[in-house]
Design a protein around this ligand. Structure first.
Ligand SMILES: [Zn+2]
Length: 75
């Protein structure tokens, strides 16, 4: 049982909202790929960053998790 990795997974799972049919004002840009946000996007509640789609959000989430896994493995 690895308590630390469990906490990371829980954070990744719950902390965003899906917005449909409402373009953000002022114009926002995806926090990962920097594309303009359209009328359907994800917003992370903790940081209020916007992501153009689910894929960008997941990719963004992978970065700290992978770093953490490397850290756990090395220690
Ligand atoms: Zn994006």
């Amino acid at each position: 049982m690895n308590e630390y990795s469990f906490e990371v997974k829980a954070v990744v799972r719950v902390k965003f909202i899906l917005v449909n049919g409402r373009t953000p004002r002022p114009q926002s840009f995806c926090a990962l790929c920097c594309e303009p946000i359209g009328d359907s996007y994800l917003r992370e509640t903790a940081t209020r960053f916007s992501y153009c789609d689910h894929k960008c959000y997941v990719d963004h989430c992978k970065v700290p998790v992978l770093e953490l896994q490397n850290y756990v493995r090395a220690s």
